[in-house]
Design a protein. Structure first.
Lengths: 200, 221
């Protein structure tokens, strides 16, 4: 179980270009951090580096309470711009698969669909969903297979005002249960969060 | 359902439904078998002599058709990120994806192979060895082809790159399988060629996923 996330003087390079360096952060259970910065500053790259999908050029990423490999193989969720959902499959098939793949069950997938009001949409192909509905389907993964650390890349952008508020409540519940959230955003998060700006 | 079982079911369904699924490969295969007599002449003795070899080469090329998108779509839409964030080793994930590819296209091609060969004039007795060789050869094609598909991730003209990488890897099974079938057709012992084909397929299944996973990690980073 991840109890904290610590970035120690982290630097990330992408495509031969250094995006940032010397970034430090300590996030404890129950805390959220809003990662801000201009387009291309490296917010997505930092989330991917924390998830182990991109190399860390300098510094270190440390997970409290879990080995790095253990944390990355089942302790965190990454929800990004590319959601991995297949347009030709139904929402039910996709949610059930990603729930099982992430350690949940088909029953927990249904529970997540209820929480995000997707039940009536489950038999539609993913390509028939609106951008907001599709984002809710991607976010349902967070609830279908609970993991302590949520890495969210602009999670709110396609959601309407009502769903931003409701997703804020979901985030709040996750934090109250000892979860951690690191979210790259352009708009304020709907929960109390520390700020970390990536400067070019 | 376990993670691996769920992934196998998903990959098989996706490959089956992707761009016409096995119909494209089987259709290509049938097209080659149909055009061949038009190109080299309809003389039965000549056709029946080359039928097993022609069917085998066409099988290799038809297997290549659906390989270039094996990892590319998952890479582009973020599914590969999600697949990597799991307790399931990426090597096993790659192996399951290749197995799904084989079930959805390799197995239908193995059923089509004896039909095409008989259509070209091969004797009926050749049907069982052609089916078995195509089944085992298809496994080798899927797992060696997966290496090419993973290595070409993110590259422009990835399909062309996949073909260039994969064709040399397809050479041994084409030689072993074609040799086994030619020996069987001539009434000679054919098990040596078939054993080599099985050995190559086993090596591809064992080692291919290691190369695929390394290539996928490199592409993701």
């Amino acid at each position: 179980m991840i109890q904290s996330l610590e970035l120690r003087e982290v630097g990330v390079r992408r495509g031969g270009r250094r995006l940032f360096s010397g970034l430090s952060l300590t996030l404890r259970a129950g805390e959220a951090c809003a990662l801000t910065g201009a387009n291309g500053a490296g917010k997505t790259s930092l989330l991917r580096a924390v998830a182990g999908l991109a190399p860390v050029e300098d510094g270190e990423v440390v997970f409290g309470g879990a080995e790095v490999s253990e944390a990355r193989a089942g302790g965190l969720h990454l929800v990004g711009h590319n959601d991995g959902l297949k347009p030709a499959r139904t929402a039910r098939e996709e949610l059930a698969f990603w729930s099982i793949w992430s350690g949940g069950t088909e029953a927990s997938a249904l529970g997540a669909a209820e929480a995000l009001e997707l039940v009536n949409l489950l038999d539609l192909e993913v390509r028939r969903l609106s951008a907001g509905q599709r984002r809710r389907l991607a976010l349902a993964r967070l609830l279908a297979a609970p993991r302590p650390l949520w890495l969210l890349d602009e999670p709110l952008s396609p959601l309407d005002a009502g769903w931003r508020t409701r997703f804020g409540a979901i985030m709040q519940t996750h934090l109250a249960g000892g979860g951690l959230i690191l979210a790259a955003v352009h708009d304020p998060l709907p929960v109390a969060a520390r700020g970390l700006e990536i400067a070019a | 359902m376990s993670r691996v079982g769920a992934l196998l079911a998903r990959e098989t369904a996706l490959t089956w439904g992707r761009g016409g699924g096995p119909l494209v490969s089987v259709g290509f295969y049938a097209g080659v078998a149909t055009l061949l007599p038009l190109a080299i002449g309809p003389e039965p003795t000549r056709l029946s002599a080359i039928a097993p070899g022609a069917a085998w080469v066409a099988l290799a090329l038809a297997s290549l058709l659906s390989l270039d998108r094996l990892f590319e779509r998952d890479f582009e839409d973020g599914a590969l990120d999600q697949l990597a964030l799991s307790p399931v080793p990426l090597e096993l994930t790659c192996a399951v994806k290749c197995l799904g590819q084989w079930l959805a296209t390799g197995a239908p091609l193995a059923i089509a192979a004896p039909i095409a060969a008989i259509g070209l004039g091969a004797p009926l007795t050749l049907a069982p060895p052609i089916f078995v060789c195509a089944l085992v050869g298809g496994l080798a094609f899927a797992f060696t082809g997966g290496i090419g598909a993973a290595l070409s991730l993110g590259a422009r003209r990835g399909g062309l790159l996949t073909a260039v990488i994969v064709l040399p890897l397809f050479t041994p099974p084409v030689i072993f399988g074609g040799g086994a079938l030619a020996a069987f057709a001539s009434g000679l012992p054919w098990t040596a060629g078939f054993a080599l084909l099985c050995g190559y397929a086993a090596a591809a299944v064992a080692l291919g996923p290691l190369a695929m996973a390394a290539a996928c990690r490199n592409a993701l980073s």
